[in-house]
Design a protein around this ligand. Structure first.
Ligand SMILES: [Zn+2]
Length: 225
């Protein structure tokens, strides 16, 4: 893997997403000088995440960074610009959290995206990250859900509408009964999508869901991003 990364550095050099300095593939899109612009997001208790009165179906969430203007750039480059090197460090970091927190995980999965988006983008960034985590920690990856094209685009909706809009979007396609699951996505905004996916997994018999995202919007600022 190291050799491949070195080869990538020669054939297709990487640059810092913030200052433009040339960096190695393994730097995950950020140079050593700019790394401090990514602020760590501490582990959140489930009650602090989605709104007060809504039932939360996942058991815990770990996000690596606060969603600020810097992590937003990184997530966008990872998601829309095919800059897959950005997932190098985050995937290892998530694998490390699973180990250090002694989380018992049977299956790693991700939030699916619509077929139309997959065609346009060429990849599902959450799937790419989830598979890298799977490679790092040796826990198998499964595509547990598919998504249906129902409702509106989440980004066009307000907080409460987002929760309603996600209901029924996911369909289970893998037996998850009795499984402890790591559910991976690139960023958590309101938590509506992740919560609905967690609901489907729990309804399918999953016993425990740990969510991992690269970045997470703080609840009180999400409307401005
Ligand atoms: Zn930099």
């Amino acid at each position: 893997m190291k050799f491949i990364n070195c080869l990538l550095d020669v054939l297709s050099p990487s640059f810092c997403s913030f200052c433009g300095r040339m960096i190695s593939y393994e730097s995950s899109g950020v140079c050593a000088n700019c790394i401090n612009k990514l602020l760590p997001y501490e582990k959140c208790e489930e009650s602090s995440v989605a709104a007060d009165y809504k039932r939360i179906y996942y058991d815990r969430i770990y996000s690596l960074w606060k969603y600020n203007r810097y992590s937003r750039i990184l997530v966008s480059e990872f998601k829309n610009k095919n800059n897959l090197s950005i997932s190098e460090k985050p995937s290892k970091h998530i694998a490390r959290i699973i180990k250090e927190e002694c989380l018992v995980i049977d299956t790693i999965t991700c939030i699916p995206i619509l077929r139309s988006k997959l065609r346009k983008r060429g990849y599902n960034q959450a799937e790419y990250l989830a598979k890298k985590v799977s490679n790092s920690c040796g826990i198998p990856y499964f595509e547990t859900m598919k998504i249906q094209n129902l409702g509106s685009e989440q980004k066009l909706l307000d907080y409460n509408e987002r929760f309603l809009n996600t209901i029924g979007k996911f369909i289970l396609k893998e037996n998850v009964s009795g499984k402890s699951i790591a559910l991976i996505d690139d960023v958590m905004t309101t938590g509506a999508t992740i919560n609905e996916a967690s609901r489907i997994l729990k309804n399918g018999g999953a016993v425990n869901i740990s969510v991992f995202t690269m970045a997470k919007v703080e609840p009180f600022v999400y409307e401005s991003v």
